[in-house]
Design a protein around this ligand. Structure first.
Ligand SMILES: [Zn+2]
Length: 460
């Protein structure tokens, strides 16, 4: 079995990965509720002679291990869905279940591609007798940005040499830098209730504090770095207009390209919360929900990913699939599509092609970052990790939209999934046959983290 046969084998087992992806997509489970989804992975891995190692206190997380000895390769698999993004496979907005969950981030494809890659490389290990250990990591709670951070705290990633990761998106890119570091924080204010009409002077409004804090945060925006993002929702705002709200709460995300910027902005946000409490004579409790790091660059793994992506080549699409992509893209504003694809240097191709069918050239990569956050970022600080995306959605479709749910359930999504599976299988083939790749990647990590100590953003 050579590399060519290995990649062919990924296609041979596509029934398994396609069915798994459909099962996940048809039964979307949101963060912390992914019990059945995790079990689908457990069963397939068990049936394929992987040893299942459970993770204490995390029912939906586990490791499926196969092989022996050095190097130990971690392949990350996610499978949680998003609330409110239920959507049929189609080109009109039409939820399967009104208000229901949906795979708007394509994690049904994410986990399934990773599973396909480990099943394929297991076959190769059996045939070749090559030394090495493959670990499929079932990683729940990605959308709440804490699953992997918790798993790191529990030691689940100890003794791994290298990690492979990917994500469904609207283009084919191997990233050098990516993700914004993030903090997720809740601010709960406590005041005093009273009759809003008869005795307002006796009340102290927690909702006033929330609103004043938000005003302060909106002024703060002008005085933080351009790339930082601050967003909030009000999660509790009182019960009725005639009762001065005694309790109110807002939930903030702070994001920036570097963890240290996130920490600094968080400190300033806490000052604003304290100021709002002082102004309204209320009290504030600050609680950290989660947090994560940005992706740490690793050129060795970036190169390996890019080479495999180029060599394997982007998938070919049928006319039917292209038509579906075109119609789905037509639901977006063309200008928005151009702005979105401009980030990848692809604005000139908008209108010509509807699904990205090449691999983004290296020259665009230095300024390229995904402006979401992922708890995968933390992994990249404790072991060398790659990150790439494949086109699972038409160009211009963004994550967390009804269009991305529709596309993640469609054949376009599955083509991107199979491509990702092949890229990771190909990378593992290279790593198992040339352990100097791991040595060099680890050396690079060591240099980049010379004065760094990983501190978990989970301050629970
Ligand atoms: Zn995602």
């Amino acid at each position: 079995m050579d590399k060519f046969n290995l990649l062919e084998y990924v296609d041979k087992i596509s029934d398994i990965t396609r069915n798994l992806s459909d099962d996940l997509w048809n039964n979307p489970e949101i963060s912390e509720q992914e019990k059945n989804s995790a079990n689908l992975f457990r069963n397939i891995l068990k049936n394929n002679d992987f040893i299942i190692k459970e993770i204490d206190g995390m029912e939906n997380a586990f490791i499926g291990e196969y092989g022996n000895g050095y190097p130990v390769i971690a392949v990350l698999g996610e499978f949680d869905a998003l609330p409110g993004l239920s959507q049929k496979i189609g080109t009109e907005h039409s939820p399967i279940k009104e208000g229901g969950a949906g795979h708007g981030c394509g994690h049904n494809l994410l986990g399934s591609a990773s599973l396909g890659a480990v099943l394929a490389i297991k076959k190769y290990i059996d045939h070749s007798g090559v030394k090495g250990t493959i670990r499929f990591y079932a990683c729940p709670e990605e959308e709440t940005l804490c699953g992997k951070v918790k798993m790191i705290k529990k030691g689940a990633f100890d003794n791994c040499d290298v990690a492979l990761s990917w994500h469904p998106f609207n283009a084919n890119v191997s990233f050098k830098n990516s993700f914004l570091a993030n903090n997720s924080i809740k601010f709960k204010f406590f005041g005093k209730s009273s009759h809003a009409g008869a005795t307002p002077h006796l009340g102290r409004s927690a909702l006033d504090a929330v609103e004043l804090m938000n005003v302060g945060a909106n002024y703060l925006r002008e005085h933080v770095i351009d790339q930082a993002r601050i967003h909030y929702t009000i999660t509790q705002a009182g019960t009725a207009p005639n009762i001065v709200p005694a309790e109110a709460e807002s939930w903030y995300f702070v994001r920036a390209p570097r963890r240290k910027d996130v920490e600094e902005i968080t400190e300033r946000l806490i000052k604003i919360a304290n100021g709002a409490a002082m102004m309204t004579e209320t009290r504030v409790e600050v609680s950290y929900v989660s947090g994560c790091y940005e992706l740490l660059q690793n050129d060795v793994l970036y190169d390996l990913t890019y080479k495999n992506m180029k060599k394997i080549g982007a998938p070919l699409y049928t006319d039917e699939e292209k038509q579906f992509a075109k119609e789905l893209q037509n639901t977006l504003n063309l200008n928005d599509v151009k702005v979105e694809m401009n980030k990848l240097g692809l604005e000139n191709e908008v209108g010509e092609i509807f699904i990205h069918d090449k691999v983004i050239d290296e020259k665009y990569l230095s300024q390229l970052t995904m402006t979401g956050s992922s708890d995968s970022g933390d992994i990249s600080w404790i072991m060398p990790m790659n990150f790439f995306i494949t086109a699972c959605w038409p160009m211009g479709v963004s994550a967390h939209s009804w269009q991305s749910t529709a596309s993640s359930g469609s054949d376009i999504g599955k083509r991107g999934m199979e491509y990702a599976s092949k890229i990771m299988a190909g990378m593992m083939y290279d790593i198992l046959n040339d352990t100097t790749i791991v040595e060099k990647a680890k050396q690079e990590l060591k240099q980049r983290t010379k004065d760094f100590k990983y501190i978990s953003p989970l301050m629970m």
